[in-house]
Design a protein around this ligand. Structure first.
Ligand code: CA
Length: 226
């Protein structure tokens, strides 16, 4: 899942990026309104985390323009204490939620999960396919009841595939949701990560059907094959 962080205070922006990357999100940063609007309207994000007050174009104007362009990426707005009017205004123009600064990082993560993953029952959401399951809150991955340890990127890739079971997902789509804008990604990077996943999810379970499939020339899917 890929997030655009739009925040003009570099120290806050950078610490948000580091924190979110540790939680397996791919993160792009923008430091002013115009750059933010440009990235938000040309790249694919799963969420935009946006400061209300920005140099260039301000947060509410960006929300307005994105919604006018029919871009419905969930937007979580950060506002300073006491800007109640701004908050209401932001929600009126199409932001999905807001958080008052300063906030606890855990609170931010919970809000992000709620917007991206839209859990219906409680805070926890588990994605599963056949005997494979992935818990987006605890990061636990299991197959046939056995725990599987994944790296951050492996987890992010598996999560993205598991959100679209039985669908072939193109490499381009994977790249834009699992890696950030300036990630050093080589032509075979996704292939390599798919291999890592197979080695952990399919290979050790030889008596069970393979779940990760390559559609040559198109992309990859989690499914039961033909
Ligand atoms: Ca600001």
């Amino acid at each position: 899942m890929r997030i655009l962080v739009l925040e003009d205070e570099h120290i806050i922006a950078t610490s948000l990026k580091i924190g979110l990357e540790q939680e397996s999100y791919a993160v792009d940063l923008a430091f002013d309104g115009d750059e933010g609007l440009h990235l938000a309207s040309t790249e694919e994000y799963d969420l935009i985390l946006m400061d209300r007050l920005l140099p260039g174009m301000d947060g509410i104007e960006i929300v307005k323009q994105l919604r006018e362009q029919k871009i419905h990426t969930p937007i979580l707005m950060l506002t300073a204490k006491g800007q109640i009017v701004d908050r209401v205004e932001g929600l009126d123009f199409g932001a999905d939620d807001y958080l008052v600064k300063p906030f606890a990082f855990e609170e931010l993560l919970a809000r992000i999960r709620a917007l991206i993953r839209r859990p219906k029952e409680g805070d926890r959401i588990t994605l599963s396919f056949e005997d494979l399951s992935l818990d987006t809150t605890t990061y636990e991955v299991k197959r046939a009841g056995k725990k599987i340890k994944l790296s951050n990127k492996e987890f992010a890739l598996l999560e993205f595939l598991l959100r679209h079971p039985n669908q072939i997902i193109s490499k381009e789509k994977i790249r834009s949701h699992v890696w950030n804008y300036d990630a050093d990604i080589l032509p075979n990077t996704i292939e390599v990560y798919i291999r890592f996943l197979r080695n952990k999810i399919d290979k050790p379970f030889k008596d069970r059907p393979a779940l990760i499939h390559t559609e040559r020339g198109f992309g990859y899917k989690v499914g039961l094959g033909e």
